[in-house]
Design a protein around this ligand. Sequence first.
Ligand code: ADP
Ligand code: MG
Length: 235
Amino acid sequence: NSQTEMLRRKLEISIRGNNVQEPILSFGSCNLPQKLLQNLEAAGYEMPTPVQMQTIPSALAGQSMLVSAETGSGKTCSFLVPIVSYCAKLKHNLQKPLAMVLTPTRELCIQVEEQAKLLGKGLPFKTALVVGGDAMAGQVYRIQQGVSMIVGTPGRLIDLLIKHDFELDTISIFVLDEVDCMIERGFREQVMQIFQALSQPQVLMYSATVSKEVERVASSMVKDLTVISVGRPNK
Ligand code: ADP
Ligand code: MG
């Protein structure tokens, strides 16, 4: 409706795709677990940022999408809030991972995991980091103990998946953070290989820039891709 359109214009949100949820104006308005709301508040997140306003309800509704918004706009929480919420609501299923997040670097993976721990505090939510620089055995052991979310770099994840025959069919949410950067660094093949090992997950892709190349990769994974741009993505 026109009110939604006005709000989107004000938030500088543009959308290509159908049936996209209305933006939320507060974290409290999308049925998140109470504990997650408390964790958001404790983190000092009083209000969602524009990218979170639009993409959290869409991600919660199961939509796959490519989102571009500038660095610092709050993209990490845009995918972590839906993931933590999803995992917390399926609390019986802590044995197998439900979400997988790929980022281009070890440092970014560590940052994402830190945020995830903050948001998932006190909830049935456990993470595993799969990056280079640490012994693989420890990472394997942790996953075998049961985790909700795996965060890793494409290279190390492929190593791990080839050497250990993990069952990945429980992964329902697949996130590519800084997907533009991953493609620039030549991870495209590895990302596709990991994607093909999954069973039709929801795919959430985040980028600081808008590019045809990124859109091509995204479209190869998702039929009728929804493309959301917020603010003025980096050049
Ligand atoms: P991006 O991935 O888009 O570059 P980040 O997710 O790293 O951005 O977020 C940038 C900063 O904003 C981080 O320090 C994060 O803690 C903070 N932040 C994210 N969401 C909110 C919010 N809703 N309210 C206040 N600060 C936030
Ligand atoms: Mg980011």
